[in-house]
Design a protein around this ligand. Sequence first.
Ligand SMILES: Nc1ncnc2c1ncn2[C@@H]1O[C@H](COP(=O)(O)OP(=O)(O)O)[C@@H](O)[C@H]1O
Ligand SMILES: [Mg+2]
Length: 369
Amino acid sequence: MNIQKLKFSHFRNYDSASFSFEPAMIHVLFGRNAQGKTNILEGIYYLSHLRSFRTLKTGSLIEHDEQAFSIECLVERKTRLEDLRIYVEDHKKRLFRYGSPVPAASSFVGIVNAILFCPDDLNLFSSSPSKRRQFMDMELVKLSRTYTSTLSHYQKLLKDRNAALKAFHPDSLLIETLGVQMAKEARILIEQRASFLSLLEEKANEVLPVFSESAETLQIRYKTSVETDSENLEEALLEAYEKSIKKDKQTKNTSVGIHRDDIEFILNGKLLTQTASQGQKRTVLLALKIGLAKIIEEKSGQYPIMLLDDVFSELDNLRKAALIASLPKNMQVFITTSEELSPALFNRPVKFYTVENAKMKEGIYHVES
Ligand SMILES: Nc1ncnc2c1ncn2[C@@H]1O[C@H](COP(=O)(O)OP(=O)(O)O)[C@@H](O)[C@H]1O
Ligand SMILES: [Mg+2]
């Protein structure tokens, strides 16, 4: 998919700005710090996820001294041109498609599918399991409508079960009934998570050799409360609930289940968090993101939009070129950088822009491949 036009109104440091982009091309946004490069990626990301990757405070996205912002885009998906608009006041978000209101956020998320890689992502490996679950859920939600509805149903049941556990006299029958319903939903989620992670492992390993001098292998291990190859997942889950019921009643909380899942990354047989260097972690993350783009292309027939925020600064020229070469040719890409990137690094057409004080100027170089 390709963003053709993007329009900001009172978004971050952009008062009113329109941009045009080229399909399947790399766009390099170059400029000094604090000029508005990342804000452009943030706007595209917002269209895709309806939230920022930098802040949970919607208010900080609104231009200072303004009351609301809007982001509009024309995005080409397969042969169809989508016209999307988001209008956000501090506590209200309005979504439009071809000018008509879209009532449910879930039918808007994923129309634009953007994948981001920013320096903060390196925390994925060392932060809490919830961040890794979020990573997996965020992608599955965009890939599968059933995943979205199943996950939200599971979360509602979990809330009900926790409330039941908190009652003065917990109703055992209710808790059990909720458990049975949870196990049904959890089975679907476990199967989808497991197959997603095994596919991601396969794709990331295809990309990994491009970046590394030595042969490296990545394993992605899905950690859930039951054996994922259990013959009967639902029964295994019910057993796990049964075993922990005493503890759950004491702590008044559901201690086992997919809301506690985690992912382990293992590089060359060793836990990534324990032995990998910063450089290796970065390499693995890049392989994961590009792997993800390939999965999306296989499942949906089109590449997502790739947003690379400041990821070039710590790579040497060889690795920069390797990263660029590993980006699928048909994928529209946005790269922000505060250092000049030589056109010679690119093996395909690329557009250079300079971003200065919320203005984007264009310079085009066509590089022979
Ligand atoms: N809500 C806002 N209103 C106005 N300016 C903002 C707002 N949020 C951030 N900025 C400004 O945007 C700039 C940072 O933009 P950013 O895209 O992160 O820069 P960079 O070019 O380094 O990626 C800073 O000058 C900051 O003051
Ligand atoms: Mg930036």
